[in-house]
Write a protein that binds this ligand. Structure first.
Ligand SMILES: [Zn+2]
Length: 247
């Protein structure tokens, strides 16, 4: 499925696919990508850039919410082939370099494979390169100085839990939440604001604390790593996700 790209503000554009989403922030100086899909999304990421009038070499940087393969897949290629700078939270840099891996083990995921939607999802992500083991050795931590010079001057909101160094980003009053708060997922029990199934989360208690932190932000649009855009106070989305987790 080709990505559906939606203009959220003058600068912020949301690319949604059935498996994972990414966000583009464009201004006169170029374009920034927040998350980068699976390795097999390269043509889709390039077409979303082209749709805004940019080529691969106009990409100023890629910011990662976290270094799972569905969020940093094409960043491996951009970094290697185009020298695109890749940034994430300081606590996620080692993960992005693949000094260690904080991803649900195939065995843990296989335990769910008797459920048709898990099986279907597993097949889809394998086709998109889910088993790619490469890291990005050039990943650097995003400092306030570097962020200030990028399109949209994104603000980092630390949201550890899904991975140890997961973070979210605020741009133009829009929250890009990665997997700290999603609105759906191919294996979610139901649509709506929620945490991902716990098999995917490194530290569930930290996920809950990060959700509380997101609920205190003054943002009216949420662009999640999985699922559709949420329009309305992010506080309300965080409450719904908390209630879904406890109910
Ligand atoms: Zn994800």
């Amino acid at each position: 499925m080709a990505p559906v790209v939606t203009a959220v503000t003058d600068r912020v554009h949301f690319a949604q696919t059935d498996l994972v989403n990414w966000t583009l922030v464009a201004d006169g100086d170029g374009v920034l990508l927040i998350d980068a899909g699976f390795p097999g999304h390269r043509d889709d990421v390039l077409s979303s850039l082209r749709g805004l009038g940019f080529g691969a070499d106009d990409l100023r940087a890629i910011l990662l919410t976290h270094a799972h393969i569905d969020h940093f897949g094409t960043a491996i290629w951009f970094a290697a082939e185009h020298g695109t700078p890749v940034y994430c939270h300081a606590d996620e840099v080692g993960h992005s370099k693949r000094e260690y891996l904080e991803q649900a083990s195939p065995v843990a995921v296989a335990a769910h494979a008797w459920q048709p939607k898990w099986l279907k999802w597993s097949v889809s992500i394998m086709r998109k390169g889910a088993l790619t083991h490469a890291g990005i050795p050039t990943t650097e931590s995003l400092t306030a100085d570097i962020a200030a010079g990028l399109p949209g001057a994104p603000r980092v909101v630390p949201t550890p839990g899904h991975t140890g160094g997961h973070c979210s980003y605020l741009v133009d009053g829009v929250l890009v939440s990665g997997d700290a708060l999603v609105t759906d997922h191919p294996v979610a029990p139901r649509p709506g604001p929620q945490l991902l199934p716990s098999v995917f989360n490194h530290d569930e208690a930290a996920c809950t604390r990060s959700l509380e932190a997101l609920g205190m932000l003054d943002a009216e649009v949420l662009l999640p790593g999985h699922g559709p855009v949420w329009r309305g106070p992010v506080r309300d989305a965080a409450i719904k996700a908390r209630d879904a987790a406890s109910g």
